[in-house]
Design a protein around this ligand. Structure first.
Ligand SMILES: [Fe+2]
Ligand SMILES: [Fe+2]
Length: 221
């Protein structure tokens, strides 16, 4: 019953104020159970989706919104990665950031290509998550001594959080593109997804192969 009432007010949101008031007024009346049942049935049909929503175009809009989000995130990263490279102690880690900066610039190009393929202007929408992740990385730099392995360990943790966010974002975009029948778009974005996964693995290797161990020895000194 509560569900039906909620559904009724939802349907009424697009109606005029008097219609809304009428719907509200009608809700508590228990006098016409037959009418209520009929209305409930028609609402159930609407909840089925096909009649009320153009699911395909809503999904397409969602895809474009997500694309705008990752577009902003990648652009933001091109400003952050040089700072991470500069802050890194281990030259291999600094190299990894350098390499990923070049990849990120290519990835931005791919996103722009996808906008074009979808017939949309390339527009970025602020990604609060990426802004936060980059702030954490900056905090990691401030909290650790320059030239220490502990700083590298902190940088790797922050960079992996970034990669995991990107893996989730591109993984979802690839799936959405496939659902939308945009197979070329899916293939293009899958290239980026693969690069993000490889970067994540490289960061794990760097941590496991020495940086974390050196950092632990550092703390014993
Ligand atoms: Fe990226
Ligand atoms: Fe990345």
């Amino acid at each position: 019953m509560a569900k039906n009432t909620r559904s009724a007010s939802k349907t009424a949101t697009k109606k005029s104020a008097p219609a809304k008031a009428a719907a509200k007024k009608a809700a508590p009346a228990k006098a016409a159970p037959k009418k209520a049942a009929a209305a409930s049935n028609s609402r159930s049909a609407n909840r089925g989706g096909a009649a009320s929503f153009d699911e395909a175009s809503l999904l397409r809009e969602l895809f474009i919104e997500e694309l705008r989000d990752i577009y902003w995130a990648e652009k933001h990263l091109t400003k952050a990665l040089p700072k991470l490279r500069k802050a890194a102690t281990n030259p291999e880690l600094a190299n990894a950031f350098e390499t990923h900066l070049a990849q990120t610039e290519e990835q931005i190009g791919r996103v722009e290509e996808v906008f074009e393929m979808m017939g949309e202007a390339a527009r970025a929408k602020k990604c609060e998550a990426m802004e936060g992740l980059v702030q954490e990385a900056q905090q990691g730099i401030e909290d650790t001594p320059k030239g220490s392995n502990v700083r590298d360990a902190a940088l790797i943790i922050c960079a992996q959080k970034v990669e995991h966010y990107e893996i989730a974002a591109y993984g979802s975009l690839v799936q959405l593109a496939k659902t939308l029948g945009e197979n070329e778009v899916a293939t293009l974005l899958a290239e980026t997804l693969e690069e993000e996964k490889q970067t994540d693995e490289l960061l794990t290797e760097l941590a496991v192969s020495g940086i974390n161990i050196s950092a632990s020895q550092e703390s014993e000194d």
